[in-house]
Design a protein around this ligand. Structure first.
Ligand SMILES: [Zn+2]
Length: 382
């Protein structure tokens, strides 16, 4: 394999655009994209009705390009963004052809007001010095929260439900050197009371973000449902409600990032049980989504990749809570309400979550010896 392939990695960066009157041009471009999108969907449906076949992406693209020539509103969107719309629809159809038996639906019409974004590939934008970017013929400014290092592959302008604009860019950059620095490995157990229990016998409590804001959300949602449909007040109340929810997820995400950095600074290898999130959700309800394990793991995996740490997932069916971490004795059953138990075989007293985290660490480290993680063997003392 060419070395280039090894040394590069894709990264996604998100920047908020300065609020400015000029932003209406971008919003108009998003709206035009939505109109074009809907036109494409209509063409697909009509073509299928007439000929009984799928309209190919190339045919659609050339047809839309022709239409665009005599439509000034459509021209507000760059030709690359139009291609991207056609390709996105094609992708959605391919997914539908492949998985329609599993309940995947074909792409359908979308409300233009709710249409979210457009994407440019190589052309149609240019980064100027500082925090300025030229899109189409106009220059916009963004909060440059970090440096853009590497080659920009795509640029997407996104509109949030609040009408704020973000610029999301995918860049190809250099991968940092692989290294293990701490030589430490740890197992973690997710819990409902304690967010994470670590095998080094520390615990991490989760701030209950949703619970903290529950009253504010209830109030905002009551305000919203009281307002007359279609009124300005209702739109304001809707924005207020959306803001409350965004506030929670922002605070939670901040906390996840911090935690993920802390843990990856402390350990080289982090072992977790793979989660059956759907099953857990059915069982526990809202509280699980409040804790958002899945989102945390995504962030952690991303950071681990960047810092060259390793995340190991062990089989979710391994009885991590029922096995004694001292002698390996497996209990027949262990009720959820029991927080501590004494091992009938070796008499050691086990804390439910702490014991599980030790088992997860042990099983996780035993998988390290094989295959793709050979390099870690030498550096890590288990
Ligand atoms: Zn035991």
């Amino acid at each position: 394999m060419p070395s280039l392939w090894y040394n590069t990695s894709m990264k996604t960066l998100k920047f908020k655009l300065y609020h400015h009157k000029r932003n209406r041009y971008l919003k108009r471009m998003i709206n035009a994209s939505g109109v074009i999108y809907n036109h494409c969907i209509a063409l697909h449906k009509r073509y299928y009705r007439m000929w009984g076949k799928h309209l190919s992406c190339a045919k659609l693209q050339s047809h839309i390009a022709k239409l665009r020539k005599c439509n000034p509103f459509w021209q507000t969107v760059g030709s690359q963004a139009v291609q991207d719309i056609c390709q996105r629809i094609e992708k959605a159809y391919q997914l539908f052809f492949k998985h329609n038996k599993k309940g995947v639906r074909p792409p359908g019409f979308k409300k233009v007001k709710k249409y979210k974004s457009f994407t440019l590939k190589q052309a149609g934008y240019k980064f100027l010095c500082g925090n300025r970017v030229k899109i189409g013929s106009k220059v916009y400014q963004f909060w440059k929260s970090r440096e853009i290092e590497g080659t920009v592959k795509t640029l997407t302008i996104k509109r949030t439900p609040l009408g704020e604009l973000f610029m999301v860019i995918v860049i190809e950059g250099n991968k940092p050197e692989a290294k293990f620095t701490t030589g430490k490995i740890a197992g973690f157990d997710f819990g409902l009371r304690t967010f994470l229990t670590c095998s080094d016998s520390t615990t991490i409590e989760s701030p209950q973000f949703f619970k903290q804001s529950l009253n504010a959300i209830k109030k905002a949602s009551r305000q919203h449902s009281k307002k007359l449909k279609g009124s300005v007040n209702r739109e304001q109340a809707r924005k207020n409600l959306v803001r409350r929810y965004e506030d929670i997820s922002n605070r939670r995400r901040d906390w996840f990032w911090k935690l993920a950095h802390e843990l990856t600074d402390k350990f080289d290898v982090l072992c977790f049980e793979s989660l059956n999130l759907k099953g857990m959700h059915r069982f526990w309800g809202r509280k699980i989504s409040d804790l958002a394990f899945g989102e945390f793991l995504q962030i952690l995996e991303w950071i681990a990749k960047k810092k060259n740490r390793q995340i190991v997932f062990i089989d979710q069916w391994y009885p991590s809570t029922k096995t004694c971490s001292s002698c390996g004795h497996i209990l027949e059953s262990l009720d959820l309400s029991i927080r501590r138990w004494r091992c009938p075989s070796c008499q050691s007293e086990n804390d439910r979550d702490g014991n599980a985290s030790l088992n997860i660490k042990r099983v996780g480290s035993s998988t390290l010896g094989v295959g793709d993680v050979r390099q870690s063997q030498t550096a890590i003392s288990v």
